[in-house]
Design a protein around this ligand. Structure first.
Ligand code: DI6
Ligand code: FE
Length: 409
């Protein structure tokens, strides 16, 4: 077992820390090859505990938090959309570009063309920014393939990342991201094709943990989204939804009633959606970087979500169109500056509530005995600094399932 000592376990973090021995100031964590075994003050280590310690690491007073989790990303894609960004800067809107066949569809074209190896190489290059800045979990969606071959290719890349890199990867099928050109004007048929052909293939090859759908005027309507989510639930997959990003289409209410883990975006969420999330304990996933990058003005109803006691997660939404993030910690900064979350809410949003959005809260997301030893140690004094600094990387050490990665060496 490893003793991690001289840590700063800030009192404001302690609602997410389970202190085993509450005598003295908690400053130590004992981990084994996978789990957290003990949390308390090093002055109260029993002889029995000491006997089992094979290694000690002195963190010299550095701040420790749970390992960060990014619960909504589109990390895998071909090409980039810098040209589209220039068009938007000249005044053409994201929706107009999408309706003209650009936007998501231009990334679909580039992703279909890219080889599996190239997609893997490009996305793992991006992934390094998550690994180096304290992330121990990430969700990755498909959705830029939109045909059998390319959707499966994307999911195989996500699966390969899961198997080759030391962090937890949740793989989400987002074939219902937008309508592919082959199905123009035939959204129902496309949904039927996903249900009848793609989903069974994904399930039999165990390539996804969840299914997501973009329920929106420019995506899929309520009936189509519901049909797909029902089929996904029947197939034993977890459910997620992109809803209320551009309009109030009641996607949240529909998905929460089906048992979705989270509803994501939510700028236009109405009171009935909030009530339904409250009743069904659904997590709200807010995506401040997309809000920033698209110069949105409609804010998600943060105060109403708070008052309803709904768990709020935040995520990078990393994608080439609305959130080309390579510094995932910026999500916390923007959640505080733009959405007025408190720094503590932002941190919970990328730890325990992000775990909840993925259905992983019993395994990870907080510093508790019995949970996986997923931790981040920072060259910082206070958790608020995680939201405060803009850019840079203050991560000193990342621990994933008991394996220690010193990032300063
Ligand atoms: N909402 C988003 O913000 C991303 N997908 C979605 O449904 C944007 C994806 C893109 O523009 O490529
Ligand atoms: Fe998204």
């Amino acid at each position: 077992m490893i003793l991690l000592k001289n840590l700063n376990i800030e009192p404001c973090l302690q609602s997410d820390v389970h202190i085993i021995d509450d005598k003295g100031i908690p400053d130590s964590i004992i981990i084994d090859q996978q789990h957290i075994q003990w949390v308390g003050s090093s002055t109260h280590l029993t002889a029995e505990l000491k006997e089992n310690i094979t290694k000690e690491i002195d963190f010299q007073g550095r701040l420790v938090t749970p390992g960060l989790i990014d619960c909504h990303t589109h990390l895998i894609f071909g090409g980039n959309r810098a040209e589209e960004y220039q068009q938007r800067l000249s005044g053409i809107s994201y929706e107009t570009i999408a309706r003209q066949g650009g936007g998501i569809l231009s990334t679909v074209e580039a992703t279909r063309k890219a080889s599996e190896e190239k997609l893997f190489e490009d996305s793992t290059k991006r992934l390094m920014n998550w690994l180096n800045s304290g992330f121990t979990g990430i969700e990755i969606k498909s959705g830029y393939g939109l045909n059998q071959q390319a959707e499966l290719k994307m999911l195989r890349v996500a699966d390969k990342i899961a198997k080759q890199f030391p962090l937890h990867v949740e793989r989400t099928l987002l074939a219902a991201h937008t309508l592919p050109p082959e199905f123009k004007g035939r959204a129902e048929e496309y949904i039927n094709w996903i249900i009848g052909s793609l989903l069974p293939e994904v399930v039999s090859n165990n390539l996804a943990d969840a299914v997501d759908v973009f329920c929106e005027t420019v995506g899929f309507n309520l009936t189509q989204s519901k049909k797909l989510l029902l089929a996904a639930r029947e197939a034993g997959l977890k459910l997620k939804i992109h809803a209320e990003q551009l309009s109030d289409s009641q996607g949240t209410r529909m998905a929460t009633e089906l048992g979705a883990l989270s509803s994501d975006h939510l700028e236009y969420l109405s009171l009935s959606g909030i009530k339904s999330m409250q009743t069904n304990s659904t997590t709200a996933v807010l995506l401040p970087v997309a809000y920033y990058f698209l110069s949105e003005t409609q804010l998600p109803p943060v105060q109403a979500l708070r008052e309803a006691g709904i768990a709020i997660a935040i995520a990078s939404d990393a994608n080439p169109g609305s959130s080309p993030v390579l510094s995932p910690l910026l999500t916390m900064n923007m959640a505080t500056t733009l959405f007025k979350l408190t720094p503590q809410e932002a941190l919970r949003g990328m730890t325990i509530n992000a775990a909840k959005a993925l259905g992983l809260e019993k395994q990870t997301g907080s510093i508790e005995v019995g949970k996986l030893a997923d931790l981040a140690i920072w060259d910082l004094q206070h958790p608020a600094e995680l939201s405060y600094w803009i850019g840079g990387n203050p991560c000193h050490t990342r621990i994933y399932q008991g394996e220690v990665f010193n990032l300063t060496a």
